[in-house]
Design a protein around this ligand. Structure first.
Ligand SMILES: Nc1ncnc2c1ncn2[C@@H]1O[C@H](COP(=O)(O)OP(=O)(O)OP(=O)(O)O)[C@@H](O)[C@H]1O
Length: 282
């Protein structure tokens, strides 16, 4: 079977005013179609960089090397611009931490959704059905609103509807519930995993929170210092952590292990993803 993601010995360095930061330092990860994989690690461990690498969405100051970097069998680093656009369009879906930033503030929800549906029916009934599918109440009314007029939870549902409309084979979600109120986090996680399962999508869920990842994902990958330091079935990693960092995560107070309340500026290049999504819509 072709792996949906096959990255071997990937190194990513960011250069900022003459200073080099090595965000990935020989990261290796192979994911089979249909797996749900939680990638956990402390801030700066390279999770977002790995997520962005999957869509070759790294910023211009990043230099990438890898022995192998295949997404759905395609050589990520060798694709021309049309090839990478096609891969993003036909295979990949990204759900960022900050849904409001991922939406165009100047465009009503209905229009953004219609643009994201590209080639699929965009009459009002179809748009309403899309919002229904992500359990948005009063969908007709929501279609006429701007992003600032809806809650973070609702905005994330809109982003999920837009992303899942393309039935991605690989869904990369970077702390997609961390910026939301605690009472909607689990509903949104359930929605994402439910839709991904229905679509047969593989999920890469990037998070600081080992316990929540263990709840939703079958497999847990732990990153530390730009490397994958532990990788196994969720239950095994939670109950018998091997790497000292995983041991400390597993021993942490669950309340403290809850995803951060604040939006982390280092997270997932939301601006890049939003710009890309908007550029592709035009
Ligand atoms: N565009 C950038 N330019 C320079 N350095 C960057 C850039 N993006 C990330 N880095 C650095 O690369 C390292 C890895 O960052 P990355 O965002 O991938 O980690 P992370 O595990 O996702 O962290 P967080 O959970 O805080 O998002 C960090 O030291 C970070 O400061």
């Amino acid at each position: 079977m072709t792996a949906i993601l096959d990255i071997q010995d990937a190194t990513v360095e960011y250069s900022t005013r003459g200073t080099l930061v090595r965000a990935l330092d020989g990261a290796t990860l192979r994911v089979e179609p249909g797996e749900t994989v939680g990638i956990v690690g402390e801030s700066g461990s390279g999770k977002s960089t790995l997520g962005l690498l999957c869509g070759r969405l790294l910023p211009a100051n990043a230099t990438v090397t890898a022995t192998r970097a295949l997404v759905d069998g395609a050589e990520l680093l060798g694709l021309d611009n049309e090839g990478i656009r096609r891969l993003r369009r036909e295979c990949l879906g990204f759900i960022p931490q900050d849904p409001v930033a991922a939406l165009d503030p100047t465009m009503r929800i209905g229009r953004q959704l219609a643009l994201a549906l590209r080639g699929l029916p965009t009459d009002t009934a179809s748009l309403v059905a899309r919002l229904d599918g992500v359990r948005i109440r009063e969908p007709e009314r929501v279609l006429g609103l701007f992003p600032h007029q809806i809650s973070g939870g609702m905005a994330q549902r809109v982003v999920i509807a837009m992303t899942m409309a393309r039935t991605p084979r690989l869904l990369v979600a970077d702390e997609p519930t961390a910026a939301l109120d605690s009472n909607v986090r689990s509903e949104v996680a359930k929605l994402i995993f439910g839709l991904a399962t229905e679509a047969g999508a593989t999920v890469l869920w990037l998070s600081h929170d080992l316990r929540s990842v263990g709840r939703w994902c079958d497999r847990v990958v732990v990153m530390y210092g730009g490397k994958v330091v532990e990788d196994g079935p969720a239950q095994q990693v939670l109950e018998h952590p091997q790497h000292p960092y995983t041991v400390s995560l597993a021993a942490a107070d669950p309340a403290r292990a809850t995803p951060g309340e604040r939006i982390r500026t280092g997270s997932f290049g939301v601006a890049e993803v939003a710009a890309l999504t908007r550029a592709e819509k035009r």
